[in-house]
Design a protein around this ligand. Structure first.
Ligand code: NAD
Length: 315
């Protein structure tokens, strides 16, 4: 029987590369489209030579042509960490808007199921806690983070328009902070920054007073949730994340302890529009996908630590 084919945009990135691995394990053929603007070829190098994998270097904001039949299109291309999207504001807006339009066009042409990687950032600095899918969010469109948040909000609206107007089968996953192997150490997010500072014995820098909260999901849990959503028939957005919430100050202490480090914590100015709280309500994912995270934060951190040590060449 012919294998099903999935196109993954942003497949050379952190999450996209894990997704490619997972889809191949599920016996699909994967075509990865990426312009490597924030991704790395090392993330997918192990798949070169695998006949179920093909890499095409291209910018998805341009015309996309894929010759074979396609069953699924998963749109993960976008700068995703604050450092990246603040440095690449126009590319971020373009890939969320023009890119989403082009990738939806590919799914429509191929009569494929389309899945959008959206984000908890659509909730902005939330006034409702924890965040449920029916919350519309509190986003500053003209602040520096607006380039990412609004691009994703537009992408969700475009996805729903293709569903309603063209009858395309669509899925929207709202991803909450995720960590694991293949994260870039210098992507500016709290988790890789804390870990690399702690491993190098440098001061651990906490923004503000560290009372702002985050909820970190281990990458394997996230990918399993996304796969279940892809093969479901649920059209409305679904939160996938780990509801285990922690303040950034507590988290910095936890990282120092797990790394067995002597680093001290220092405080720095809070970036503009930094969300004060972040925790997914995953009732819907539990109900419709029978999904919930299995890996605790401490377990996931230990699994990730070895990868960070290898990257930093620390034994
Ligand atoms: P990443 O930067 O590692 O991966 C994004 C990939 O997209 C990169 O490989 C990059 O080169 C590629 N890309 C960007 N613009 C492109 C373009 N115009 N054409 C082709 N390729 C392009 O980031 P990630 O953390 O893996 O995030 C993947 C997706 O998941 C993003 O859409 C992001 O918004 C979403 N997301 C991630 C998180 C998280 O915690 N990592 C949380 C919420 C949402």
């Amino acid at each position: 029987m012919q294998k099903k084919v999935a196109v993954v945009t942003g497949g050379a990135g952190f999450l996209g590369s894990h997704l490619c691995d997972h889809l191949i394990k599920e016996n699909l053929k994967v075509i990865c489209l990426d312009n490597l603007i924030t991704g790395r070829i090392e993330n997918i190098e192990h798949l070169f030579g695998n006949e179920s994998f093909q890499f095409i270097k291209l910018d998805v904001t341009n015309f996309i042509h894929v010759p074979s039949h396609v069953d699924y299109v998963l749109h993960f291309a976008s700068p995703a960490s604050p450092i990246d999207y603040l440095k690449l504001p126009i590319q971020t807006l373009k890939v969320g808007s023009l890119g989403t339009h082009k990738v939806l066009g590919l799914a429509k042409e191929k009569k494929a199921v389309f899945l959008l990687a959206s984000t908890s950032e659509v909730y902005g600095d939330p006034l409702i806690h924890p965040q449920k899918e029916d919350y519309w969010g509190n986003v500053n469109p003209v602040g520096p983070r607006g380039v990412y948040d609004e691009a994703k909000r537009f992408a969700e609206a475009m996805t729903m328009a293709y569903h309603r107007y063209h009858g395309l089968q669509t899925r929207i996953v709202r991803i909450f902070n995720t960590y694991g192997q293949r994260m870039r150490l210098d992507d500016g997010r709290a988790l890789p920054t804390f870990i690399s500072q702690a491993l190098k014995g440098e001061n651990v820098t906490v923004f503000g007073d560290g009372s702002q909260t985050r909820s970190f999901c281990f990458v394997d849990d996230l990918i399993e949730g996304i796969y279940r959503l892809l093969v479901s028939d649920h059209v409305e957005p679904v939160n996938i994340g780990n509801p285990e919430e922690i303040s950034l100050l507590q988290f910095a202490n936890e990282v120092i302890e797990i790394c067995n480090s002597k680093s001290k914590i220092i405080f720095q100015e809070l970036p503009e529009d930094d969300p004060k709280v972040r925790q997914p309500d995953i009732t819907l994912a539990k109900e419709i996908l029978n999904w919930e995270p299995r890996v605790s934060r401490r377990e996931g951190l230990k699994l990730t630590l070895q990868y960070f040590k290898n990257e930093l060449k620390i034994n």
